[in-house]
Design a binder for this molecule. Sequence first.
Ligand code: NAD
Length: 381
Amino acid sequence: MPLTIGVPKETQDGETRVALIPSVAERLHTTLGDVEIRVERGAGRSAFHNDDAYEDAGCAVTSRAEVFAADVVAKVAAPSSDEVERLSEGQVLVGFLNPLDDPQTSRRLADAGVTALAMELVPRISRAQKMDALSAMSSLGGYRATIEAAERLPKFFPLLTTAAGTIRPAQVLVLGAGVAGLQAIATAKRLGAKVFGYDIRDATREEIESLGAKFVELELEMGDQEDESGYAKELQKEKQERQPELLQPHIAESDVVISTALIPGRPAPLLIREEAVEAMTPGSVIVDLAAPNGGNCAVTETGETVHAHDVTVMGPTNLPAKMAVHASQLYAKTVSVLIEEFVADGQFTPDFDDDIFDGTCLTHGGAVHNERVRDLLAEEA
Ligand code: NAD
């Protein structure tokens, strides 16, 4: 019996991505050999891959039921309750499973006996770089955040000298210079803006400056704010309170603020108070990429664009979905490499001695494997 891989049509509101695209499916046929890839009718439509293209790539275009009966189900967004109910013991689910924000879905997947691999949990080690879906999507999000800001800003981004006068370049401040923030900085620079970047991790100064942006220095004694995985550690309480106060003058001077600051598993830090929004020039724009985690800005409404004190404040939750072609292409690559890594002799083979499998595995054998998610579930109980 060949290994079967199922690719459902995503059902979450606004989700346009698909977990495997035809060219990546074609490659999987070559690398895995005896494999049957089942694609739900219309699954690639919103990413501009029609059913014929999947058939040409050797996939079976079929029903939702057939797709959810596959050995490995590859998804983008976390499964809905209906999707969890379709899965049963021994099946493998791969996707963004949102484990730290929604541990109950992990509990249900474990109860169903599903081996769930969460793309958010892929460890950030060099061997796993090709599977790092989070970075791939953050990069798209950072780029798109700048484009969205430029679209809404009632001003030019670049310096412009015209017969009617000189236009000063827009001033862009990016808060949080991880993968998304650095891409936002690079995009704003390419559009000709005057760009500033800020982060609490020491290592970011050089990265911000290497993109031609200026590093914002706050009078806040930091110490080493980076943990062993390269993520930021949460600031002590009094520094958390001082930070938005010290940032306020920098925010007030900016035409655009793109905020991306996150601490894994914690609510997003508050960096932009309502007073700071009020202090901005009318027409300014804030794009709060931390919106799904509560937002870095006090007036952000998750999933909405609001106007406060003549400032446009966007709280997008899924900017990669606005770039369905490249988002699906990059995501499909990361998922396919992860699947390939753990297929041996035509079967999906869990390997808990492997750091990547151990780190990515959310549920297996009826239990929640990830310790942080187990702790969260215990706290909720
Ligand atoms: P993230 O999305 O968790 O956070 C975004 C940024 O917010 C981070 O740079 C963080 O330092 C910053 N931040 C947190 N609290 C803040 C605060 N109060 N004020 C200002 N900024 C704050 O992070 P990420 O983009 O996923 O990546 C974080 C790190 O991991 C980066 O160093 C990145 O280069 C590294 N990384 C490594 C690999 C790898 O080794 N394979 C892959 C991807 C990312």
